[in-house]
Design a protein around this ligand. Structure first.
Ligand code: UDP
Length: 479
């Protein structure tokens, strides 16, 4: 076989696109030919990568695709502001099949590496006699818990929303309550579109060649072993993906989107602070809050007495945009102590700075992993998706963080965490008694994750094994 050609098909969400682009850069750096099929809204980040010297092919597919009932202005998953749009979005994703297959015909790759939200791609790959690898932008820990949850439905054995239940067949005893689980999973009877999609995704994963995780084996070894042994699936841990790419400051600052703060200004602010004295607060690309919650968060951060950088999302549909939530005189009071970034922050660059001593995170997997690699204790504040599972990894398995106490899975504006809970949790990771133990463990996992991608490290070896397997792949029935 000549040069191996991998086509990447991402989900149109920043939390999925960012690590997939990191992966394309990685495979390119190993001499493979790579092409990303991107929608217009996500092409800019691929284009930026190309301009900074990554030889990645870019092919565009329209979204919403032809025949879709989704309004034309919905081009990214973070625009899903109402559940009513979800069925249309799910349908639009499936309508991508025809145009993507046309592109595959032209591109003629050796492997299709596609997002887990595109379950039909397993059939597309089969049509072309190539393996399909699944990528969900997440870790094995949450995938495995999610499988056991769907298999055993332990939430059916409790009589109230607040009664804890244990998920069976896990390496650790982890308890949850019903409100931490996606409501569409708890529904009996007719399943909604999203629940159906989840089932298709599970089925598709079983039929795929294997799964690639943006994680490092050592961070979740027991779960990685269970995943392979109990579920009998192939998996490669090749993360943390963002660590492979020795990005320059500008590339780091423009990760995903262009930052809404000048990176030099941000770094100068951090440079003026003592080591480990600033808490970084950010909730990813999709989570949103009610004005009341933004206000409580503001007051809780102020009451903690810690210096902070807080990223508040902006955009037409987000509650943070009109600033009615801001307590009177707040910005004057926090001058010099608190930096509010409205929009998009250069997160990886911030977490890398020695002044950062803690991270308040929504537990999206990219952010969690970036926090682990930053070596800082975390306040976990999960909101939806698999974030409540990731919280357990941080607080109970790695024990490098404390929960703020949010127990409600919520797609759409989240609320319910009082200022006092914010204050207490921030103090616990920054100055409390437990801080130094948590900090030690956080540094340990940081080193471990970094070693994984060095020559001879677990992710390094796993990547080599994956490339070797793909190079010798023959479709079933072909010798
Ligand atoms: N991110 C960023 N700046 C921001 C918000 C997010 O660079 O202001 C990046 C963050 O570093 C991470 C990704 O966007 O790589 C968010 O992914 P994650 O899985 O944490 O959360 P999601 O957005 O999918 O909820």
């Amino acid at each position: 076989m000549g040069q191996l050609h991998i086509v990447f098909l991402p989900m149109i969400a920043h939390g999925h696109m960012i690590p997939m682009l990191d992966m394309a850069k990685l495979f390119t750096s190993r001499g493979l030919k790579t092409t990303i099929i991107a929608t217009p809204a996500f092409a800019a980040s691929v284009q930026r990568a190309r301009e900074s010297g990554h030889d990645i092919g870019l092919t565009i597919v329209q979204f919403p695709p032809k025949g879709s009932s989704l309004p034309n202005n919905i081009v990214s998953f973070d625009q899903m502001t109402t559940p009513a749009l979800l069925p249309l979005f799910v349908e639009a994703l499936s309508l991508l099949q025809e145009p993507v297959e046309k592109l595959l015909q032209e591109l003629n790759p050796n492997c299709l590496l596609s997002d887990m939200f595109l379950p039909w791609t397993v059939d597309s790959a089969a049509k072309f006699g190539i393996p399909r690898l699944v990528f969900g932008g997440t870790n094995c820990f949450s995938q495995y818990i999610s499988e056991q949850m769907q298999l055993h439905e332990p939430y059916k054995n409790v009589s109230s929303d607040s009664e804890p239940f244990v998920v069976p067949d896990l390496p650790d005893k982890l308890t949850f309550i019903r409100t931490q689980i996606a409501p569409f999973l708890l529904e009996e009877g007719t399943k909604n579109e999203f629940a159906k999609l989840r089932e298709e995704m599970r089925e598709s994963e079983k039929r795929s060649y294997g799964v690639v995780f943006n994680s490092c084996y050592e961070l979740e070894s027991a779960y990685a072993d269970h995943y392979k042994k109990v579920l009998g699936r192939r998996a490669w841990h090749i993360g943390p993906l963002f660590l492979w790419n020795n990005a320059g400051a500008e590339e780091k600052a423009q990760r995903g989107k262009e930052s809404d703060i000048n990176e030099h200004e941000c770094l100068a602010w951090l440079d003026s602070k003592r080591p480990n004295s600033v808490v970084y607060v950010c909730f990813g690309s999709m989570a949103s809050f009610t004005p009341a919650q933004l206000r409580e968060t503001a007051l809780g951060l102020e009451a903690s007495g810690q210096d902070f950088i807080w990223v508040v999302r902006k955009g037409k549909n987000w509650q943070g945009e009109n600033e009615d939530w801001m307590p009177q005189g707040y910005e004057d009071r926090i001058k010099g102590k608190g930096l509010i970034i409205r929009g998009w922050a250069p997160q990886v660059m911030i977490l890398d700075h020695p002044a950062i001593g803690g991270f308040v995170t929504h537990c999206g997997w990219n952010s969690t992993l970036e926090g682990i690699c930053g070596g800082v204790p975390m306040v976990t504040w999960p909101i939806f998706a698999e974030q409540f599972y990731n919280e357990k990894l941080v607080t109970e398995v790695l024990r490098t963080g404390v929960p703020v106490g949010n127990k409600k899975w919520q797609m759409g504006p989240s609320e319910g965490v009082p200022r006092e809970a914010v204050r207490k949790a921030v103090e616990r990771i920054m100055v409390g008694e437990e801080t130094s133990e948590m900090r030690k463990r956080a540094k340990y996992y940081k080193e471990m994750a970094r070693k994984g991608v060095e020559e001879g490290g677990s992710s390094y070896n796993s990547l080599n094994a994956l490339i070797d397997e793909l190079s010798s792949y023959r479709p079933p029935g072909v010798n």
